[in-house]
Ligand binder design. Structure first.
Ligand SMILES: [Zn+2]
Length: 442
């Protein structure tokens, strides 16, 4: 600082940096990258386990008497821990001061959110004690954690240096911010938040102007250009076998604990596959200038619960479309789309078994594609006359090739095309000849 800011106090300096950061964030987009901690020695694992244990102790100690949140938590060296039937003193040896402060801030945030819910008339309880803490917030890049791209490692306050896998995902121009240390059944991870200038993010070539998406039940979606995507990741045989096994093990036994661990690991694996399927679909939809879809409740979900519920399947995909795609246009649910003819707007009585809409106006179309077209028309706010061209747009080779490339790389996604999207209006005969480009695993 020296001569440039001689009159600023420390508090003022922090305030002005915060203001600058806030301004910069407006021109940036946020990304979260997952890094896996690697080559862990027994000593390192013991250290990490100790950190999660101490985080749990501190969390429970703070929650059991929230007045403690008022004191300088970063100075706390010892906490009381409930052991069977009495309290014992435990020392906090591996939690850094910033980490302690972040844990207490997290509790404060949760209390605030609960208070908000209560004021809105919801029934809320108090914060409960946790039997596990599986995430530790690291809030100050450079202090709580620091990445070393040459050595492919991360240094975490007090815990030391760890080799990490996945650093190549982080682009050079990214500004690295806070992170979360995570414990999962498959290992330890670091979720790093990064910011990138918005200018760098719009580099993908568009393959089409606009597309309408009709979400079917469970895991199916149909695009207005005739592409159908099914992305079901079924429960594995191993999962079912482990569930059966667990129910047979005695409560509280070591064996039960072991099976529970394997079960959690399997759940994590399936969840990752679902997530990957979603990522691929989002990546594909990103290639369109506008993506119109029908949203269950455009205003409904409170942000508090929104992202965590329905993390897989259609619900999760919709919520991610809403939050991560700037080109997404939601159409409200109340608008009927399935029964309306795209070409003339006439309402039809369709039963569930009717797969094709046949209208008096001469329009004939797959039921789901028709719905996607209606959604597209409403989302773009086009009148019936203005929308005539939309129904004739053919699926271009570029589109089908991109779909095959992006979606085909996940074995759980099944893509099929209606054979000529463009001739849907003219053709008299039923036109679905699905081309399977990926077969689902048994
Ligand atoms: Zn019609």
């Amino acid at each position: 600082m020296g001569m440039n800011a001689p009159l600023m106090t420390k508090a003022e300096r922090i305030k002005s940096t915060l203001r600058e950061t806030k301004k910069r964030r407006k021109t940036q987009r946020v990304f979260v990258y997952e890094l896996k901690l690697q080559n862990l020695s027994k000593r390192k694992i013991a250290l990490l386990e100790r950190a999660f244990l101490e985080a749990k102790w501190l969390y429970n100690w703070l929650v059991s008497d929230t007045n403690r949140l008022g004191m300088p938590v970063y100075k706390v060296r010892e906490v009381e821990v409930w052991v069977k039937d009495h309290y014992e003193q435990r020392e906090l040896t591996v939690l850094g001061s910033q980490i302690k402060r972040a844990i207490s801030n997290r509790i404060k945030d949760n209390l605030r959110a609960l208070g908000q819910l209560k004021r809105n008339g919801h029934k809320v309880g108090a914060l409960k004690h946790k039997s596990f803490v599986n995430s530790i917030p690291l809030e100050q890049y450079g202090k709580t954690h620091k990445l070393d791209f040459d050595r492919k490692s991360v240094r975490i306050q007090i815990l030391g240096t760890f080799r990490v896998l996945g650093l190549h995902q982080i682009p050079e121009d990214a500004e690295i911010a806070n992170a979360v240390l995570m414990r999962k059944p498959s290992g330890y991870y670091l979720h790093v938040t990064c910011y990138r200038s918005k200018d760098h993010c719009v580099s993908v070539d568009k393959i089409g102007d606009a597309v309408g998406v009709d979400f079917g039940i469970s895991s199916k979606l149909t695009l207005s250009n005739g592409i159908k995507i099914d992305f079901e990741v079924r429960e594995s045989i191993r999962l079912k076998r482990l569930q059966r096994k667990l129910s047979k093990k005695r409560m509280g036994s070591k064996n039960r604990e072991r099976v529970r661990f394997l079960l959690n690991k399997e759940h994590e694996k399936l969840e990752r596959r679902r997530r990957d399927a979603q990522n691929k679909i989002l990546a594909f939809l990103k290639r369109y200038g506008k993506v119109v879809f029908q949203d269950d409740c455009v205003k409904g979900w409170s942000s508090l619960w929104g992202s965590s519920i329905h993390s897989s399947g259609i619900g999760g995909l919709k919520s991610r479309l809403r939050h991560s795609l700037e080109t997404a246009i939601p159409v409200e649910r109340i608008v009927t789309t399935t029964r309306e003819c795209f070409a003339c707007g006439l309402r039809h009585e369709l039963s569930l078994s009717d797969r094709v809409v046949v209208c008096e106006c001469g329009f004939r179309c797959d039921r789901d594609v028709n719905a996607a077209l209606v959604i597209l028309r409403k989302g773009l706010r086009l009148s019936l006359d203005q929308a005539v061209g939309l129904g004739r747009s053919e699926l271009t080779p570029l589109e089908s090739e991109t779909a095959a490339r992006i979606l085909g790389s996940n074995p759980h996604i099944c893509v099929s095309f209606l054979d000529e999207g463009g001739s849907l209006l003219r053709r008299k005969q039923e036109e679905t000849t699905p081309i399977r480009i990926a077969r689902r695993r048994p």
